[in-house]
Design a binder for this molecule. Structure first.
Ligand SMILES: *Cc1c(COP(=O)(O)O)cnc(C)c1O
Length: 356
């Protein structure tokens, strides 16, 4: 049956506007600075462990609690295993958090300029929400988050601005919202700023979410995790086990656990990226760009004379991909991932050609 040319079943489809990830080109000649991946390989421990995966490990279902990985994360952060919830990238973990904790009729709050997946999940799960406008310089105003709400989520440092909200102000938000769950998405915290993790011992309404995709150079393995009070983790597990028991495959479990053991390498590569970020800021400034003081592995930059879209096209024609968001307030900005020093020099040369 059709009504006005539309099949009747279509009325009962869950219609959503999906999140649009950055482009993953198949061409290897592209300098990819568009999705905040790490330019360095993962720890050498990872590949070695992957080569040792047995037929038996592949034949069987993996541990649904991801014990090996959870133990490694718990050791690393000095937490109890009951304080950790792992998932298929932090996207999976965050989606589970939305489904589990944002069940109020009051709106959840997040910034108007932030990780755009939050709005997608809110729409998917029919969660009411209110976007809180950032300030003139893209700053988060903690006071905006003190009103009645059904929960709070924001990244710290924020994406795509890179601005870090001081821990004192994060705590103020958590403190003023003890009746709801507050989620701090710390995807970029290893590149700067101070983690809110110690606060999970003090506040049972706080979840801190991390990922292996950026600082641990393992976006391809898809590993993320939430840390918080055992009661929160318990509720997350109940929902997860009602949805898909076996989220993380055996190779991700092993790879993640091994990566967590290689602290020296982790420290060395994040330091290199931080240094390259500061170098990139100085060079961009010389070329007439301005940007917030990013603490992430990216810079969110705008040029005084040239439109972001034109620069974006010029770079793309030269096989350099950065991210441009066609969205009010930020459409004159480019989000540029920090690569190796060599890669950033290539970027600067290409920008220099365009601007002079
Ligand atoms: C990259 C990113 C994520 C998702 O990371 P995955 O672990 O790869 O799913 C979540 N939040 C923010 C703010 C990010 O930038």
């Amino acid at each position: 049956m059709k009504e006005r040319g539309i099949a009747v079943w279509e009325k009962y489809v869950r219609k959503v506007t999906p999140y649009v990830p950055g482009e993953q080109p198949e061409n290897n000649n592209i300098l990819k600075l568009n999705t905040n991946e790490n330019p360095y390989p993962p720890s050498s421990y990872v590949k070695k462990a992957m080569e040792e995966i047995s037929d038996e490990q592949l034949r069987l279902y993996p541990d649904p609690r991801a014990g090996l990985l959870v133990k490694a994360i718990a050791n690393h952060y000095g937490l109890k295993e009951e304080q950790i919830f792992p998932g298929v990238g932090s996207d999976d973990v965050l989606a589970m958090c939305f489904l589990t904790f944002f069940q109020s009729e009051k709106p959840i709050f997040f910034p108007d300029i932030t990780y755009s997946f939050y709005e997608v999940w809110a729409n998917l799960y029919r969660i009411p929400y209110e976007k809180k406008p950032l300030g003139e310089k893209f700053q988060i105003y903690p006071k905006d988050y003190f009103g009645e709400n059904g929960g709070i989520i924001f990244p710290n440092p924020n994406a795509p601005t890179g601005i870090f909200l001081p821990l004192k102000e994060v705590e103020e938000i958590v403190e003023k919202n003890k009746d709801v769950i507050v989620i701090i998405d710390e995807a970029y915290i290893d590149f700067g700023g101070q983690t809110a993790l110690p606060l999970v011992e003090k506040y049972d309404n706080l979840l801190v979410v991390h990922t292996f995709s950026k600082s641990r150079a393992m976006a391809g393995a898809r590993i993320g995790f939430a840390m918080g009070d055992p009661k929160l983790i318990h509720y997350l597990n109940d929902v997860k086990f009602s949805f898909n028991s076996y989220t993380l495959g055996i190779s991700s479990l092993i790879a993640g656990a091994k990566a967590m053991e290689d602290n020296g390498y982790f420290f060395k590569t994040t330091e290199k990226i931080k240094n390259t970020r500061e170098w990139t800021k100085r060079e961009l400034k010389k070329l007439g760009f301005s940007f917030p003081d990013s603490m992430g592995n990216f810079v969110f930059a705008s040029h005084e004379k040239y439109r972001a879209e034109d620069i974006f096209i010029h770079l793309k024609e030269n096989n350099i991909y950065v991210r441009h968001f066609q969205q009010p307030k930020v459409d004159n900005y480019l989000r540029i991932t920090i690569g190796t020093k060599d890669q950033m020099e290539k970027l600067m040369d290409c920008l220099d050609q365009f601007i002079r």
